[in-house]
Design a protein around this ligand. Structure first.
Ligand code: ADP
Ligand code: MG
Length: 576
């Protein structure tokens, strides 16, 4: 069994971490510590949150620091004040037995003079946030010209928060021959880029899957005025006719009200909250499992412990009071190797929470625009058409048809299609024509147009013929482009080709990646398409079988089969 001493950790540090209860090194520690202790190399280390990255860089760094010198030799840069303090506290614990080793935190919101004083006493290690760090550099309170080890901790977060320039500026004041150790939970392109820019042939370690928890779930948020949450929920549901979702509300009252409204509007919805009797709750859950209920509206408490597979969407009608609850909610989807989407309906005032959430879930939450009426109508009609196309003709139906044929005898095929489609079209069209159901100009303009212009839609010449469904294609694209799940969206697979969207600032990257790309001698082309923002029914297979019972004449339930294929593919090969 590997232990810390066999990794080369010195007795003084060993004693300290033993006292902390560290017995076995974690995987990232096992891989990183020997390299960082023995080799004069830069490193890029990827490991999920909570895997012990602090000790992975902290122990080797503390061991290598010369305590006879008072010069600053080690610098750790972290994105936030909390992290900075946390890392600092942890390092100080490791260093308890190393007399004369001083570790000082540098962060905003506290007295700069006190920090300068602490540095002046002789701090060999600084743990700093980028802002305060630069402040003190400008005021010559800090000298990092002799730094030997520089750690960029939570590099993905720092880039997310826009610290690229700051990092670059800080590093410019350090010696060329220092070692740079980059630690990150995920490896978006931006991280790869700074690794390239600031590091020399870094060693690379990846522990586990890159962000295993997050890969299955795509996180999105939609900005609306508070009073329009319900309209937004409806649009999101309407644009996914095959949705199988849990909608979370904050209170029992909202839960009941939203469910009632959905039912009134013709959806297969049900409410689950603490004011229902056990018996009522059992019935609702039974119907939900049987997919007779497509949208379950629930409180956090009532939904605790629900384990239903193949939920396609978790919708946050409101963000939870306790922000950590978000993880529990969104974890209801993306289970058992299927992909899921977590959609937050929120107001501008709540925007600040997104950062915190991204930290907690360790994944990006991308801003999305609510589908407009054209999107919705397109989706619904395509869905109906596909449904008709893939319906198996019932062998018994013949004897019931003569009367039907008589009634419809005079219509041409075109007319029949028009009428058939109008059943759905008119209902939705009428609904969305109503003033009360349109979204306010503010939202439509600010969220809508600008967000849409920031989207680019592509075609790729791979389709269901090549045995791709949207999930597999999305996976392929994420993997191939090293994107995060949230970077690729609106994936629609047709027979011969497919569509997908990215943010427009990723366009060059996408196009460059597919330039001259071939699989088995067949060239794979990706082109920008004009049909921006439009997207059609996800999935290409529609389950057969008849539906039990009569349905109301509403899109979602009148042809609400669930098309998500159970995925059989393993998740291997995702990481390098
Ligand atoms: P990360 O930076 O990867 O998110 P941290 O370095 O903050 O993770 O470590 C997470 C927690 O695990 C901390 O409380 C830390 O003290 C503890 N820890 C780290 N390494 C070990 C170990 N080898 N054995 C037991 N606990 C550990
Ligand atoms: Mg950490």
């Amino acid at each position: 069994m590997t232990d810390f001493s066999s990794l080369g950790i010195e007795p003084k540090l060993l004693e300290a971490i033993e006292a902390l209860g560290f017995q076995t090194p974690t995987e990232v520690q096992q891989q990183a510590i020997p390299i960082l202790l023995e080799q004069e190399t830069d490193i890029v280390a990827l490991a999920q949150t909570g895997t012990g990255k602090t000790a992975a860089f902290g122990l080797p760094m503390l061991q290598r620091i010369d305590t006879n010198s008072r010069i600053t030799q080690g610098l750790v840069i972290a994105p936030t004040r909390e992290l900075c303090l946390q890392i600092c506290k942890e390092l100080i614990k490791y260093a308890t037995n190393k007399k004369g080793l001083h570790i000082v935190p540098i962060y905003g919101g506290a007295s700069i003079n006190d920090q300068a004083k602490a540095v002046k006493k002789g701090a060999q290690v600084l743990v700093a946030t980028p802002g305060r760090m630069q402040d003190m550099m400008r005021r010559k309170m800090i000298n990092i010209s002799a730094v030997e080890y520089c750690v960029l901790d939570e590099a993905d977060e720092m880039l997310n928060m826009g610290f690229k320039e700051d990092i670059s500026n800080i590093l410019a004041h350090t010696p060329k021959d220092k070692l740079t150790w980059l630690f990150s939970a995920t490896m978006p392109k931006e991280v790869a880029r700074i690794a390239k820019e600031f590091m020399q042939q870094p060693a690379e370690i990846t522990v586990g899957t890159k962000n295993a928890a997050a890969t299955n779930i795509q996180h999105e948020f939609y900005l609306v005025a508070g009073r329009e949450r319900y309209n937004a929920l409806k649009r999101l549901s309407d644009t996914h006719p095959d949705i199988y979702s849990i909608v979370f509300c904050r209170t029992k009252r909202d839960t009941q009200r939203v469910a009632e409204k959905l039912i009134e509007d013709g959806y297969n919805a049900g409410a689950l909250h603490g004011d229902l009797s056990q018996n009522q709750r059992d019935l609702v859950m039974k119907a939900f499992r049987a997919k007779q209920i497509q949208t379950l509206v629930a409180t956090d408490v009532a939904a605790r412990g629900i384990d239903v597979d193949n939920i396609t969407h978790v919708i946050h009608y409101q963000l939870p009071d306790e922000i950590e609850t978000y993880t529990h909610r969104s974890g209801r989807t993306g289970r058992a190797n299927s992909l899921g989407t977590s959609m937050i309906i929120m107001t501008k005032g709540e925007l600040g929470k997104i950062r915190t959430l991204e930290r907690i879930i360790n994944a990006k939450i991308s801003e999305q625009t609510l589908p407009d009426v054209t999107d919705i109508l397109n989706k619904q009609l395509q869905f109906l058409a596909q449904k008709i196309k893939s319906t198996e003709v019932n062998s018994e139906i013949g004897e019931y048809l003569p009367e039907v044929n008589e009634i419809l005898a005079d219509f041409s095929k075109e007319e029949l299609i028009q009428r058939l489609m109008s059943v759905e079209f008119t209902r939705l069209h009428t609904y969305y024509q109503k003033k009360s159901n349109s979204m306010t100009p503010l939202e439509a303009k600010e969220g809508g147009k600008s967000a849409k212009a920031r989207d680019t839609r592509y075609t790729i010449n791979i389709g269901s013929r090549d045995h791709y469904d949207w999930q597999h294609l999305k996976e392929f694209l994420i993997d191939f482009l090293s994107f995060n799940p949230g970077d690729i969206y609106h994936v629609d697979v047709m027979d011969n080709l497919s569509y997908f969207n990215t943010a427009t600032d990723k366009k060059e990257l996408v196009l460059a990646a597919f330039e001259k790309f071939a699989i088995d001698g067949r060239s794979i082309n990706v082109r920008v398409t004009q049909k921006r923002g439009q997207h059609i029914q996800k999935g290409n297979k529609f389950g057969g079988g008849s539906r039990k019972g009569r349905n109301r004449s509403r899109g979602g339930d009148s042809f609400g089969q669930f098309s998500k294929k159970k995925r059989s593919k393993g998740r291997g090969g995702r990481h390098k």
